[in-house]
Structures are given as C-alpha cells and as structure tokens.
Design a binder for this molecule. Structure first.
Ligand code: SF4
Ligand code: SF4
Length: 380
C-alpha cells in the first residue's frame, strides 16, 4: 500500500502553508522518514518560466519555503534547482519569488548548467541513459515540489512530469525531437522517475491551473497540499482530485501496463483529509493526444498524427516575442512578413510552443478526425 497525505490549505498565507506541509509530513511519519541531518538535498520546484507567483506557472514560493524550513530543521543541507523551459534558473527563480526565499533562508540556488550522462535504472524501457544536471549526482536525496497543472502533452503535470526539469537545458528539446511519439515520450518520463527515485514529493495544490496549462491556463482553487513517497501514487491522487480515472491520464495508464504499483485506488491509502471533500468534477483538462492501449505501426502514427492529434494555432494576440520560435525543438516556427507561422506538416506535436508562449497566443485545437476518434474511445 502506498501512502499519500492530504492537508487542507485554503490560501498561501505563510502560517497556513507551513501547517499544511507539516501535517502532510506528520501523516507520513515525519521528514526524518525521508532525509537525515547532514544530507545534501535537492529541493526541485516547478520553475517553468519567469512569471510572478500570482500567475500560477511555478510552484508557489510559500510552499517551497515551508519545505525548506522542514529540511533545515532536521539539519540537512538543501539546494534549490530546476532547469526552466525558457530562461535562466536565476531569472525564473527571481520572478517566481523563490530566489528571495532562498536568500532569506540562506539556501543556495543550484547552478544547473553542467550535465552528466546518468545510466537509466534496470527497469527503464526507452533510453539507456539521461543527460541530467550534474547536481543530481552530488545530492543524497531529491524532494520533488511540484504544482497541480494541466499540460497539452500529458494532460496533467504533477509529480512525475515535474522531474523532467532534472534533464539539462537544451537536452529537453532534443528529447522531444527524438521521442516524437507521445506514448514513447511518456515512457521516457516513467523511466526518468524510476531512475531519479525522488525521496519525497510534495505538491502545491492550493491553487491549481486548469485549461491551457502549464503556463496559460486559468487558476482553480483546490485548497490542499499533497505529499507521498511514490510519485506515481501522488499523480494518481491528483487525477482523482480533478475527476479523472488513472486510465484517462496516459502516463499513469502506461505505468500500470508496465507493472508499476501504487496507482490503482486499491493500492493507495489516503491519509489526513478525506479526498472526496476536494474532488472537482468540472476541472478543465486538455484532450488526450495519446491512446496508450492502441498498438499501431509507427508509419500509421506518422501518417495520421496530423489528423488526430491537437495542433497549435497562433492567434492575433501574438506579440512576436519569438519565445516559441526558440523553444520549438523541430524548428518549424518562422517569422516571415512580420507574422509568426508554424509549418504544420513538419510539426511534431510536442506543444513546447503552447507551453511556453508568455502571451497565451497559442491554442491547441483538436482536428475533427481526432475529436471523432477520441469520443469513440471515451478518452475525451
Ligand atoms: S505565439 Fe506566443 S511565443 Fe510565439 S511569438 Fe507569438 S507571443 Fe511570442
Ligand atoms: S510548432 Fe509547437 S508543437 Fe509543433 S514542433 Fe514546434 S513547438 Fe512542437
């Protein structure tokens, strides 16, 4: 049985967040169950892009602060780090309010600018090794501190997807390009979580992001903090919170197929608050671009991807900032005649552009064939 703790947290009031994080840890046996005095601990928030805390893009600084206080209180030595989707760690952490928290608590921000090749764990299926930030090999433990958000490619981003930020800088784009099939990409994310084995995951679910996440969605109050040892269990609980069965989250469906336990309801013990009190049935989740149980040849995927997978469309509110052009791993976004355009026939449907557009100018549209297909397979 895998334990996931839930604590009510109605706002980002400092005292309330500290109490909620402490309550979750208490339900799991205390922080001492996970780390010890003197250990070097990487606290890994979600630092996707340089946005202020109120936008909901990154893990809220008060949640990071509360986790750091727990780590410091036990006498461990934390560092804070992530490899943002766009921009330098220092700039993103500054804007997100996390650099200020680090300064106040005397905790260093990691460099995250050197990478090392780390062998995938024996259960890995997709890659033999990962280009990870060097700090991963220098710490004794990783505490994964993510946020509940929607995501164009994975539907939800919580515990497992947050670990993709341990892949060094530009290698993230290379992975999107190498692993163009959504199911293969999600298999890689599973391998990464199994390889990194975070000691603990703590999730900011005070205000979640629904709709066009992970950067341009709408804020939705969930009012809780979650924590657990198994990141797959934490994600399974997040799925239930937003009204989804684990089979409707491709990464979790694939993980169950691969024999990973702690995902089915019967394998999870919820501690602390009653889960049912926090479930939101009308949470807006993007349509899935993947059917994990669909075994089709590669050529069929390549041929039909354009006709069934959501495709990015640039709207008139585009400010021509060119963030998408720099973020696109397939290099299919161009600026011509003063307009930003996407060469649709070469787009690999990775959605990095939509993920990182700072002006909510990119929408993911589901083609008619895709709508019919997904509806018939009841995965919408
Ligand atoms: S679509 Fe978004 S990211 Fe791309 S240039 Fe326009 S505003 Fe910038
Ligand atoms: S246009 Fe967007 S979805 Fe298509 S390959 Fe580039 S970043 Fe990915």
């Amino acid at each position: 049985m895998s334990n996931v703790a839930i604590a009510s947290c109605r706002s980002y009031d400092r005292t309330e967040v500290e109490k909620a994080v402490a309550k979750c840890l208490h339900e799991l046996g205390g922080i001492g169950n996970f780390i010890s005095a003197g250990e070097r601990v990487l606290v890994k928030p979600n630092l996707l892009a340089a946005d202020p805390p109120e936008k909901g893009t990154d893990t809220h600084p008060e949640v990071v602060r509360a986790v750091l206080l727990e780590v410091l209180q036990i006498g461990a030595n934390p560092i804070v780090g992530d490899s943002p989707g766009f921009g330098s760690l220092s700039r993103v952490a500054e804007k997100a309010g996390i650099a200020q928290v680090c300064r106040e608590l005397g905790v260093p921000l990691a460099g995250f600018n050197e990478d090392v090749e780390v062998k995938t764990c024996p259960e890995g299926k997709v890659l033999k090794s990962f280009p990870l930030v060097k700090e991963i090999t220098e710490v004794d433990a990783i505490i994964n501190v993510s946020r509940v958000k929607t995501h164009g490619l994975t539907r939800l981003t919580g515990a497992v997807k947050n670990l993709f930020g341990c892949v060094a800088g530009l290698h993230k784009g290379e992975m999107h390009f190498r692993l163009q099939r959504a199911d293969v990409f999600q298999g890689m994310l599973i391998d990464l979580a199994l390889t990194l084995k975070p000691t603990l995951t703590i999730v900011d679910g005070v205000t979640a992001m629904e709709g066009a996440g992970p950067r341009n969605g709408s804020l939705r109050h969930l009012g809780l903090i979650l924590a657990g040892e198994n990141p797959f269990s934490v994600d399974a609980v997040i799925a239930r919170l937003v009204g989804l069965h684990f089979q409707e989250v491709p990464l979790l469906a694939l993980a169950v197929q691969r024999g990973i336990t702690g995902i089915r309801d019967s394998e999870i013990e919820i501690r602390g608050e009653e889960l049912e009190n926090f479930i939101i049935q009308d949470f807006k989740v993007p349509t899935s671009s993947t059917r994990i149980d669909l075994k089709v040849p590669e050529w069929v995927i390549r041929l039909f991807r354009r006709y069934v997978s959501p495709y990015p469309v640039i709207h008139d509110n585009c400010k021509r900032c060119l963030v998408c052009l720099q973020a696109c791993p397939a290099k299919v976004i161009t600026l011509s005649a003063g307009k930003v355009r996407i060469k649709d026939e070469e787009c690999i449907r990775c959605y990095c552009c939509q993920e990182l557009c700072p002006h909510d100018a990119i929408e993911l549209k589901v083609p008619l064939l895709g709508r019919l297909f997904l509806k018939s397979s009841s995965i919408l």
